[in-house]
Design a protein around this ligand. Structure first.
Ligand SMILES: [Fe+2]
Ligand SMILES: [Fe+2]
Length: 134
Protein backbone atom coordinates (compact mmCIF):
# COMPACT_ATOMS: atom_id res chain seq x y z
CA UNK A 1 0.00 0.00 0.00
CA UNK A 2 1.62 3.24 -1.11
CA UNK A 3 -0.10 5.97 0.84
CA UNK A 4 2.55 8.67 0.49
CA UNK A 5 1.41 10.20 -2.74
CA UNK A 6 -2.27 9.42 -2.73
CA UNK A 7 -3.85 10.50 0.56
CA UNK A 8 -3.24 14.25 0.36
CA UNK A 9 -5.86 16.59 -1.08
CA UNK A 10 -4.52 19.94 0.08
CA UNK A 11 -7.02 20.37 2.90
CA UNK A 12 -4.41 20.94 5.60
CA UNK A 13 -6.22 19.74 8.74
CA UNK A 14 -7.56 16.67 6.94
CA UNK A 15 -4.21 15.73 5.38
CA UNK A 16 -2.53 16.21 8.76
CA UNK A 17 -5.00 13.99 10.59
CA UNK A 18 -4.89 11.29 7.92
CA UNK A 19 -1.12 11.32 8.13
CA UNK A 20 -1.34 10.77 11.89
CA UNK A 21 -3.39 7.63 11.37
CA UNK A 22 -1.27 6.31 8.50
CA UNK A 23 1.94 6.96 10.48
CA UNK A 24 0.55 5.10 13.46
CA UNK A 25 -0.44 2.20 11.23
CA UNK A 26 3.06 2.03 9.73
CA UNK A 27 4.60 2.25 13.20
CA UNK A 28 2.61 -0.59 14.72
CA UNK A 29 3.02 -2.68 11.58
CA UNK A 30 6.79 -2.32 11.84
CA UNK A 31 6.72 -2.99 15.59
CA UNK A 32 4.73 -6.16 14.92
CA UNK A 33 7.31 -7.46 12.49
CA UNK A 34 10.10 -6.60 14.97
CA UNK A 35 8.10 -8.22 17.81
CA UNK A 36 8.11 -4.94 19.73
CA UNK A 37 4.41 -4.21 19.47
CA UNK A 38 3.40 -5.06 23.05
CA UNK A 39 3.96 -1.56 24.45
CA UNK A 40 2.52 0.18 21.44
CA UNK A 41 -0.74 -1.78 21.46
CA UNK A 42 -2.53 0.01 24.35
CA UNK A 43 -1.39 3.36 22.97
CA UNK A 44 -2.71 2.51 19.52
CA UNK A 45 -6.16 1.44 20.67
CA UNK A 46 -6.45 4.45 23.00
CA UNK A 47 -5.29 6.83 20.29
CA UNK A 48 -7.74 5.37 17.79
CA UNK A 49 -10.70 5.74 20.15
CA UNK A 50 -9.88 9.40 20.72
CA UNK A 51 -8.89 10.10 17.15
CA UNK A 52 -11.92 8.73 15.31
CA UNK A 53 -14.42 10.69 17.39
CA UNK A 54 -12.61 13.94 16.86
CA UNK A 55 -11.68 13.37 13.23
CA UNK A 56 -15.09 12.12 12.11
CA UNK A 57 -16.87 15.00 13.86
CA UNK A 58 -14.69 17.47 12.06
CA UNK A 59 -15.28 15.91 8.64
CA UNK A 60 -19.00 15.78 9.35
CA UNK A 61 -18.98 19.43 10.40
CA UNK A 62 -17.45 20.36 7.03
CA UNK A 63 -19.93 18.17 5.15
CA UNK A 64 -22.79 20.03 6.85
CA UNK A 65 -21.15 23.41 6.33
CA UNK A 66 -20.83 22.93 2.56
CA UNK A 67 -23.89 20.76 2.07
CA UNK A 68 -21.84 17.83 0.76
CA UNK A 69 -23.97 15.67 -1.55
CA UNK A 70 -22.47 12.35 -0.35
CA UNK A 71 -22.91 13.10 3.36
CA UNK A 72 -25.16 10.13 4.05
CA UNK A 73 -22.87 7.49 2.58
CA UNK A 74 -19.79 9.06 4.12
CA UNK A 75 -21.29 9.38 7.59
CA UNK A 76 -22.59 5.82 7.40
CA UNK A 77 -19.02 4.60 6.83
CA UNK A 78 -17.83 6.59 9.85
CA UNK A 79 -20.57 5.16 12.04
CA UNK A 80 -19.79 1.61 10.89
CA UNK A 81 -16.10 2.04 11.68
CA UNK A 82 -16.86 3.49 15.14
CA UNK A 83 -18.99 0.42 15.83
CA UNK A 84 -16.30 -1.88 14.50
CA UNK A 85 -13.64 -0.30 16.73
CA UNK A 86 -15.88 -0.45 19.76
CA UNK A 87 -16.49 -4.16 19.19
CA UNK A 88 -12.78 -4.68 18.63
CA UNK A 89 -11.85 -3.00 21.91
CA UNK A 90 -14.43 -5.09 23.75
CA UNK A 91 -13.06 -8.30 22.24
CA UNK A 92 -9.37 -7.45 22.70
CA UNK A 93 -8.99 -5.61 26.00
CA UNK A 94 -5.54 -7.04 26.59
CA UNK A 95 -2.55 -7.26 24.33
CA UNK A 96 -2.18 -10.42 22.25
CA UNK A 97 -0.28 -10.88 18.97
CA UNK A 98 -3.57 -11.92 17.33
CA UNK A 99 -5.21 -8.70 18.51
CA UNK A 100 -2.48 -6.66 16.83
CA UNK A 101 -2.85 -8.68 13.63
CA UNK A 102 -6.59 -8.15 13.69
CA UNK A 103 -6.13 -4.42 14.29
CA UNK A 104 -3.62 -4.12 11.46
CA UNK A 105 -6.07 -5.71 9.03
CA UNK A 106 -8.86 -3.37 10.13
CA UNK A 107 -6.68 -0.26 9.97
CA UNK A 108 -5.32 -1.13 6.55
CA UNK A 109 -8.80 -1.79 5.26
CA UNK A 110 -9.99 1.55 6.63
CA UNK A 111 -7.09 3.44 5.05
CA UNK A 112 -7.54 1.89 1.62
CA UNK A 113 -11.34 1.75 1.54
CA UNK A 114 -12.14 5.07 3.22
CA UNK A 115 -9.18 7.44 3.49
CA UNK A 116 -7.96 6.75 -0.03
CA UNK A 117 -11.51 6.73 -1.44
CA UNK A 118 -14.34 8.73 0.12
CA UNK A 119 -12.09 11.03 2.13
CA UNK A 120 -10.31 11.98 -1.09
CA UNK A 121 -13.62 12.90 -2.69
CA UNK A 122 -14.57 14.93 0.37
CA UNK A 123 -11.18 16.67 0.47
CA UNK A 124 -11.44 17.71 -3.16
CA UNK A 125 -14.96 18.96 -2.56
CA UNK A 126 -13.94 21.03 0.49
CA UNK A 127 -11.04 22.45 -1.47
CA UNK A 128 -13.27 23.48 -4.36
CA UNK A 129 -15.71 25.16 -1.94
CA UNK A 130 -12.97 26.98 -0.08
CA UNK A 131 -11.34 28.27 -3.24
CA UNK A 132 -14.64 29.67 -4.56
CA UNK A 133 -15.63 31.09 -1.14
CA UNK A 134 -12.74 33.51 -1.06
FE1 LIG B 1 -14.19 10.26 6.42
FE1 LIG C 1 -10.92 11.01 7.25
Amino acid sequence: MNTDITYETGVIWQDFQHKQLIDLFEKIKKARSDEKEKDLYPYTTAFLAMYVNHHFSLEEEYMAKYDYPDTQVHTREHTAFLKELKAFRKEHREYAPEAVDDLLVRMEKWISSHILENDQKLGKFILSKESTDK
